[in-house]
Design a protein around this ligand. Structure first.
Ligand code: FAD
Length: 341
């Protein structure tokens, strides 16, 4: 065995797993594909739901400092886990340099260049915590949205605030980054026209009182041609939930459709919505953080579940029963009107 516990993903869930594992004397190797820990946190300017914390970058820096002090955890940055195999007595994780996974160069070219990016390795441990989070959904999966597939539309959470000030912005989907932008930039004079399908309505609570936001619940929206710019506005034909036809016009258009997990291939079990509930996993595989469920996607729950996952591995290593905490094992359908978010 290379270590006591492998941890895949260095967000708040994976980092919490590492420090919890260390606290019970377990050595771990944490594999993170980015070039720093907690990349997602660094893009959250205002945080209001985590004790003692007011913004993401400060929290990321504090977590990074904690991991630097954690002698029992070895962090491997810039390395992507591509395959997880689970056996009766161990797990094996295939790890590759992140840039060679994303690179179009053939592997032989990298190897011939003698690059330290080239070799893949295989790490073995009794248990693995998988905490790879979620990534943005593209328009291809949004059945209510036409005319957007194949267009390089920007994500709302990446928007430059200066570029949207004083503009009318068409937001496709009501996912939570809209609340983040609105909270972080109360000074912005942007008008947000938010077209969203009925299944997103539970996400609108945190923005519906913002006077800059106009919510348009749609059955179908067909985006017109054009990139959207001050000189060439974008238009969209909406069929609203109320049965009206409306033409929406905006200076800029952004995707805000939500996210989905993309765990490494192999042993991680997914439910019918693509999420990876802890209760459905191989006994040597523990899932933590956002990839567990469409609900519970928060920093505090990610950290809590990371700690629980590491303790689960610890108890299992002692032959003690493991009670899997966290969300229900099957979260296939969209959240109901009173739940989730
Ligand atoms: C715009 C925005 C605003 C938000 N605002 C808030 C807020 O105000 N409050 C709140 O509580 N939550 C907020 N969230 C949600 C919060 O960021 C997440 O709940 C939290 O980051 C989840 O932690 P995680 O560790 O599960 O996943 P992540 O933070 O996504 O970390 C997963 C890590 O795994 C790495 N990874 C992925 N695949 C691999 C692989 N194959 N091999 C190795 N590494 C891999 C990724 O690079 C990433 O660093 C916000 C999210 C967004 C996008």
């Amino acid at each position: 065995m290379d270590t006591d516990l492998l941890i895949v993903g260095g967000g708040p869930a994976g980092c919490a797993a590492a420090v919890m594992a260390a606290s019970v004397g377990m050595r771990s190797v944490l594999i993170e594909s980015g070039d720093a820990l907690c990349g997602a946190l660094r893009r959250i300017p205002v945080v209001r739901n985590v004790l003692t914390v007011t913004n993401g970058p400060d929290l990321a820096a504090a977590i990074e400092a904690d991991l630097a002090q954690c002698d029992l955890c070895r962090v491997e940055l810039g390395r992507r886990a591509t395959l997880i195999d689970a056996f009766d007595d161990r797990v094996e994780v295939t790890v590759e340099p992140a840039e060679s996974v994303e690179s179009v160069e053939p592997r032989e070219t990298l190897e011939a260049a003698g690059s330290d990016r080239a070799p893949r390795s295989r790490l073995t441990a009794p248990y693995v915590v998988v905490a790879t989070g979620v990534g943005p959904l593209g328009p291809e999966g949004a059945g209510w949205l036409g005319g957007a597939a194949g267009r390089a539309l920007p994500q709302l959470w990446e928007a430059d605030p200066a570029a949207i000030d004083d503009r009318t912005v068409l937001v496709l989907g009501a996912d939570r980054p809209l609340g983040t932008v609105a909270r972080a930039h109360p000074e912005l004079k942007a008008r947000f026209v938010v077209a969203y399908p009925p299944e997103d309505s539970y996400k609108t609570e945190e923005i519906r009182r913002d006077p800059r936001v106009e919510l348009v619940a749609v059955r179908r929206l067909e985006l017109g041609p054009g990139p959207g710019s001050a000189s060439a506005p974008v238009t969209a034909e909406a069929g609203t939930l109320g049965g009206e036809r409306r033409t929406l016009t905006a200076d800029l258009v952004f995707l805000n459709l939500g996210s989905a997990p993309a765990p490494p291939a192999g042993a991680v079990a997914t439910d019918r919505s693509g999420y990876c509930p802890p209760g459905s996993q191989h006994p040597r595989v523990f899932t933590a953080g956002d990839l567990r469920s469409v609900r519970f996607q928060r920093i505090a729950t990610a950290m809590g579940s990371g700690g629980e996952a590491a303790l689960g591995a610890y108890y299992a290593s002692r032959g003690l029963p493991v009670e899997t905490g966290g969300p229900p094992t099957d979260v296939g359908g969209p959240p109901g009107p009173t739940g989730g978010g």
